[in-house]
Design a protein around this ligand. Structure first.
Ligand code: SF4
Length: 306
């Protein structure tokens, strides 16, 4: 097959080239659900079924193109509690993103009579409920995760004064359960499973009255395992995602270990046709914030143009 590529020479696409797109490429269930919810709210406001203007508390995903598209459709990103407090009373809709937020944020919005569209991922919501129940029972709660991650800040906001975040071995080693308290341990959804197990082991060794709830979500791990498998089977591998996306960077490193010809691109424009023009098999995966249309465009180009 012969193909002409923008400003480039024409290439012979090897007959019978296989292009494999990872099933787990791109948005996870929770992010897809949140992004869809924003578009549904835009439609609802247009049809007069919901109160505008629409705001998201924090960018709905870390993808500039999606955020820009939403801005063009009238969606404003609010970044701080002060922004929420400055909203006119009783007007508009605030969408909570998949990371979730603390109880305190719901309280601010309810007090101001602002409609909430809650796109918190159900897996995160479940952690809020666990922490809320244990905190109400007076238990100590340890959240294993990174303290400044928005998801962890939100989870912590459902706890009590005995709720704390632990990220590493030294912190786990130094942690002492307050006298007479039971201990509940949960995890940030994207925390590394082996690291979680190691930290839990430290608590178990201390002989505390402890209930451990593994609240890690498998979406990230499944995306990485599939990317690793595909990269080990193809001649060239393409990883799509924002340059500042840490999960895409990680995917790239995993794929690069398996396949020397691994390319990290943000959109199809970054892909040099020469890099895949002569190979017989190509794999494609994408980070958690990469929209379907970008993956589809790369797939189409690799399949019929490059
Ligand atoms: Fe996605 Fe899992 Fe996080 Fe939900 S918990 S947003 S599915 S990574």
């Amino acid at each position: 097959m012969n193909a002409q590529v923008k400003g480039a020479a024409s290439f012979e696409i090897p007959e019978g080239r296989t292009v494999t797109v990872a099933k787990t490429a791109g948005f996870c269930f929770g992010v897809e659900r949140a992004v869809n919810q924003v578009y549904e709210q835009i439609k609802a406001v247009k049809e007069g079924k919901a109160e505008g203007p629409i705001y998201t508390y924090g960018p709905i995903i870390h993808n500039e193109e999606v955020v820009r598209d939403l801005e063009e459709k009238g969606v404003t990103v609010l970044d701080t509690e002060e922004d929420l407090k400055a909203l006119p009373e009783g007007k508009g809709t605030v969408i909570i993103r998949s990371h979730g937020v603390s109880r305190h944020i719901y309280d601010i919005l309810k007090e101001r009579g602002i409609r909430i569209a809650d796109a918190t991922c159900p897996f995160v919501k479940k952690i809020h409920r666990i922490v809320d129940e244990h905190a109400a029972a007076g238990d100590a709660v340890v959240i294993i995760g990174s303290p400044f991650h928005p998801e962890v800040e939100g989870i912590r906001g459902w706890g009590n004064t005995y709720t704390t975040v632990i990220e590493n071995e030294a912190e786990a080693q130094n942690y002492v359960v307050p006298e007479g308290k039971k201990l509940c341990v949960v995890s940030q959804t994207t925390f590394n499973y082996n690291k979680f197990q190691d930290l839990v082991e430290k608590f178990l060794k201390k002989g505390y009255d402890i209930s451990v709830l593994n609240t890690i979500c498998n979406a990230t791990q499944e995306r990485q395992s599939e990317a690793r498998r595909i990269a080990s089977e193809v001649d060239a591998m393409i990883v799509i995602g924002g340059k500042s996306s840490s999960n895409t960077q990680k995917l790239y490193e995993i794929c690069r270990r398996e396949c020397e010809n691994t390319y990290y691109i943000q959109t199809v424009d970054d892909l040099e046709p020469e890099s895949v023009s002569s190979v017989r098999s190509v794999g494609i995966t994408a980070g958690a914030s990469t929209p379907k249309n970008i993956i589809k465009e790369v797939h189409t180009n690799v399949r019929i143009k490059f």
